[in-house]
Each structure stands twice: as structure tokens, then as C-alpha cells.
Design a protein around this ligand. Structure first.
Ligand SMILES: Nc1ncnc2c1ncn2[C@@H]1O[C@H](COP(=O)(O)OP(=O)(O)O)[C@@H](O)[C@H]1O
Ligand SMILES: [Mg+2]
Length: 360
């Protein structure tokens, strides 16, 4: 059972730990589901560590269902071990340990308090965020991504669902990246992958050819920014018409989607872009089809639109109630009826957080 070996420089390196079938229950008590997983054979649950009562989130990957091939499992193992050894950054949810018994993998991670961006958008009934709020979010995401890229990691599935916004509002240290199942170590000579990873709309044209790089992640951040500020995705949904089983690199369908995507022009004729031309300037550069025309995550942080966020004292926070334009202030809470968004921090604490808190 290898837990922590030493690397060539004498540093401790963490690896996946093998435990017996009763080992997980000896260490953790599983609680309620955090969110249903979008993947077969996986569950995301709250848990408590017996040794110190620490609340964590555990992603369970059932071995029988969650890998289609041995190569896929090997690739995932390499990504998990990369994450275990990534130096800590406040914008990247920490992976505490990865355990493995005969039936499953258990990825034990930091519980990111708050709500994912997809859920937050649902709460706002699909309405768009204002430019300042989007800038705060993108700034934090790009900082976290710079950290990952500086350590030669690539995420490959950045999207609204994989970004958590802190409960107290937007601002410094309020965003965390999660879901590292597709993370890989990257070098410029990486061979193309076997499978197209990620999620349609967020995948750049080269991703459909298996050619992922840090600039493919930057494209996904451009999509996130566009979706938040415009309220719609940048590309026509009809072009993503693949069927299950067609997402292998080199398949005629993936080639077709890649070339259709390259022909798509993103619409920047929205009032928000006329009012904020620098926003259009940054997002259009991140959404370039040629990856070499995109800025790196680090370069994007230096864009003039980002200056307001980079000059912020670390204590300043934009409350969620300021994140939507005035016209979007009325929110439908379904069974809970309508609420003015000025109540949002209250509702957030009273309704949303208890829904995701431990053993509710
Ligand atoms: N560490 C975490 N802290 C808080 N919420 C999380 C955490 N990990 C996952 N979640 C929630 O669970 C959802 C699904 O988890 P994720 O790892 O993205 O699984 P999937 O592979 O199904 O996309 C996320 O979108 C998020 O809402
Ligand atoms: Mg996810």
C-alpha cells in the first residue's frame, strides 16, 4: 500500500491508497448526496472524517461502471495522482486523498461552500449577470487556472457546473474549481487523446481532434464569460449532433463538428458589448478558433478590463444581490414563489445552503 513516496527532489508524493472493503467506513461516515452526478456509476456525497469530524465531499466512482477501457482508467489514475500532488491554491478545491477498494474509488475533497454557477443561473431563471459580476468571476477562475497551468495541468472540462461560488458573494477568493476527473498533465508534445472530453459548447475546435492544451481551457473560460454576460451560449446548438459512441478522436462526426465550429462566428452585437467594449475584446480573443490567437490564462488576467478586479483589496466582496441587473431582480423560486433578489443573501443562507449542507 503506497501512500507517500519521495520524488526525485526528495519531496513527498501522494498516490492513490489501496484499502480493504471496510476501510472507507472506518475513516468516513457518508451523508446525503451533494448533487446527482451527470455520469453513470458515480455519486457525489457529503461525508465526515471520523478522526477530526472534518466535513468533506466524496466522489464515489464505482469500478464496474465508470470506465469504458483500461486506458481510460489508467489516464484517470494519472490525473488523480497529479491532483493529489498539486500545490494548494485557494481557487482549486483540495483533494485530500484518493482511496481504492475492490469496488470503488473514493475521491475525498474539500467541501466548497456555496453553489455552482449552473445552479446559480437556474436561480436567476437564466437571466444574465452584470459585467462587474462576470469580471469578478472570470478573474478568480483565471487565477485558479493560471495556478493549474503553471504546474503543467489542464482541466479539460471547465464549465458552469464545475465552478463553485462562495456563499458570501463574489470577490477575492470566492471561486473554486471542482471536478478533476478530466485533469491531465500537459506537455507541448502530448499525443492526441483517444476520446473527446468535456462538454459541447465549451470544447474548442481542436478539442474535437483530441488536441487539448492550456489554451483549450482558456476557450472554455471564454464560453463561461459569454454565457454569463449574454445569457446564451456562443454557438448554435444544432452543430453538436453526435450520437453516443461517436466521441472518439478521428471519428467522422467529431471531425465534422470541429470544422463546423471553426466556421461559426460569435455574435458580439449585444448592448452589453457596446457598453463595455473591453469585455467583447477579451471574450472574443479567448474564443478565437486558432488556439495560438488566444491569450494564456495569465495574459488574460492582465487585460485592461480585469484591472478593477486585480486592484481590489482582498476583503472587498460584491454581494450576490448586486450580481444581476435591476431589470432581473425578480426571481421565481418555484414552490417558494417569487422573491425580490434583494433578499437573495438571506434566501441563499436560509434556503440554498441548508439544501446542500451536511446531513440536513
Ligand atoms: N468539492 C465540492 N464541494 C461542493 N460541491 C461539490 C464538490 N464537488 C462536486 N460538487 C457538486 O456536485 C456536482 C457534481 O460534481 P462533479 O464532480 O462535477 O461530478 P460530475 O462528474 O457528475 O460532473 C457539482 O456540479 C457541484 O454542484
Ligand atoms: Mg462536473
Amino acid at each position: 500500500m503506497a501512500v507517500a513516496d519521495k520524488d526525485a527532489k526528495g519531496r513527498k508524493s501522494q498516490s492513490i491508497q489501496t484499502i480493504d472493503d471496510s476501510g472507507f467506513a472506518k475513516r468516513y461516515e457518508l451523508g446525503a448526496e451533494v448533487m446527482p452526478s451527470s455520469n453513470h456509476g458515480m455519486e457525489i456525497k457529503h461525508a465526515k472524517r471520523h478522526s477530526d469530524q472534518q466535513s468533506v465531499v466524496v466522489k464515489l466512482r464505482c469500478k464496474a461502471h465508470c470506465f469504458q477501457s483500461r486506458e481510460e482508467e489508467q489516464e484517470w489514475r494519472r490525473g488523480a495522482e497529479f491532483m493529489l500532488n498539486l500545490p494548494h491554491n485557494v481557487g482549486v478545491a483540495r483533494i485530500f486523498e484518493v482511496l481504492e477498494d475492490s469496488r470503488a474509488f473514493y475521491i475525498v475533497m474539500e467541501k466548497a461552500d456555496g453553489i455552482d454557477l449552473f445552479e446559480l443561473i437556474l436561480l436567476a431563471k437564466g437571466r444574465s449577470f452584470n459585467a462587474n459580476a462576470v469580471r469578478e468571476i472570470l478573474y478568480e477562475v483565471l487565477q485558479a487556472l493560471t495556478h493549474l497551468h503553471e504546474h503543467n495541468g489542464i482541466h479539460r472540462d471547465l464549465k458552469l457546473e464545475n465552478i463553485i461560488i462562495g456563499a458570501s458573494g463574489l470577490g477575492p477568493k470566492s471561486v473554486k474549481l471542482i471536478d478533476f476527473d478530466t485533469v491531465a498533465e500537459w506537455t507541448p508534445t502530448n499525443p492526441p487523446g483517444i476520446e473527446v472530453l468535456g462538454t459541447d459548447q465549451y470544447i474548442a475546435q481542436e478539442g474535437y481532434k483530441g488536441q487539448y492544451s492550456p489554451l483549450t481551457d482558456v476557450f472554455a473560460v471564454g464560453v463561461i464569460g459569454y454565457r454569463l454576460i449574454v445569457g446564451r451560449f456562443p454557438f448554435q446548438d444544432e452543430i453538436f449532433d453526435d450520437k453516443p459512441g461517436e466521441n472518439w478522436v478521428g471519428s467522422p462526426k467529431m471531425e465534422e463538428i470541429s470544422s463546423k465550429l471553426k466556421q461559426q462566428k460569435v455574435n458580439f452585437n449585444y448592448p452589453v458589448f457596446n457598453e463595455n467594449p473591453q469585455v467583447a475584446n477579451l471574450l472574443s480573443s479567448m474564443l478565437q478558433h486558432n488556439p495560438h490567437h488566444r491569450p494564456t490564462a495569465k495574459k488574460a488576467l492582465e487585460h485592461e478590463w480585469m484591472a478593477d478586479s486585480s486592484n481590489k483589496p482582498s476583503s472587498s466582496v460584491v454581494s450576490l444581490e448586486d450580481a444581476w441587473p435591476l431589470k432581473a431582480r425578480r426571481i421565481d423560486f418555484g414552490l417558494l414563489g417569487h422573491a425580490e433578489v434583494s433578499c437573495l443573501p438571506f434566501l441563499h443562507h436560509m434556503i440554498i445552503l441548508p439544501l446542500i449542507s451536511f446531513f440536513h
